[in-house]
Design a binder for this molecule. Structure first.
Ligand code: C5P
Length: 240
């Protein structure tokens, strides 16, 4: 069995519930369908609502991705991963930039067995471009930075990475097929908001994405389910 098979499978669309309160997040969750998507709880919502929001979403039948992008000393990150596992989250993430010892500690703290959370690593946020990397002292090409962080995450026993679908082409032949690729920055034609590198849902799947993280295109839509329908159709067409 691959490292992540135990909890992979199921809906591939993950809706980012980036809301300032539990009430708004739960109201949105009630308008979508746990049979068709998972949900992501990020820093804003978790900081505002605490672990109770995870419980509320689990009660509605959703799998949760706790997107805190942990990046600290190994002991602190391990403690947070242990706490995430105790809340029964489906997926949790760390920053690959935290390095080997931090990622190994995170993976170990998530525990073993089928019910453990998947642990994935953020490579380069999809909001960052070449100029942003140069400013923080990363002078190699963005795609090379993504590749080296992906390789390190894999070597540390993690289940996958978060990266832009646009970067997946460079990774295709370099990583184990079972290593999960989670891609935010999903947009149909039109606005990009604050994302720099965006991809349409079907194109992300064609590039090798296992899970698509979609926030504002769904959560700010007048009819979120209609947008979910459109994303599913685009994904299905790519799968054919
Ligand atoms: O609204 P939008 O579709 O841009 O939301 C994307 C979500 O994915 C946000 O919650 C953001 O925090 C998250 N994310 C990202 N880039 C990463 C990792 C996570 O945009 N590299």
């Amino acid at each position: 069995m691959g490292r992540s098979e135990a909890r992979a499978g199921g809906p591939r669309i993950v809706i980012a519930l980036d809301f300032p309160s539990a009430g708004e997040a739960l109201a949105m969750a009630m308008r979508i369908d746990p049979m068709r998507c998972r949900v992501k709880v990020g820093m804003e919502l978790f900081t505002a609502a605490g672990p109770a929001i995870l419980e509320g979403l689990h009660r509605l039948g959703f799998d949760t991705f706790l997107d805190l992008k942990l990046h600290d000393i190994p002991n602190t990150v391990a403690g947070a991963c242990r706490a995430a596992a105790s809340h029964g989250v489906w997926m949790v993430n760390v920053h690959a930039g935290g390095g080997r010892r931090m990622m190994e500690a995170a993976r170990e703290a998530a525990g073993g067995g089928d019910g453990r959370p998947l642990v994935i690593a953020v490579t380069v946020p999809t909001s960052m471009g070449r100029g942003d990397l140069l400013e923080i002292g990363v002078t190699i090409a963005l795609s090379d930075q993504v590749c080296s962080l992906a390789r390190l995450s894999y070597d540390c026993g993690l289940d996958g990475i978060v990266c832009s679908a646009a970067d997946l082409g460079h990774l295709r032949d370099r990583l184990d097929a079972g290593f999960l690729r989670v891609t935010p920055g999903i947009r149909f034609k039109g606005g990009t908001d604050d994302q720099r590198r965006v991809t349409a849902p079907g194109d992300a799947v064609r590039a090798g994405a296992d899970y698509l993280v979609v926030g504002r295109p769904v959560t700010r839509a007048r009819d979120p389910l209609a947008v979910l329908d459109a994303i599913e159709r685009d994904v299905a067409a790519a799968d054919d």
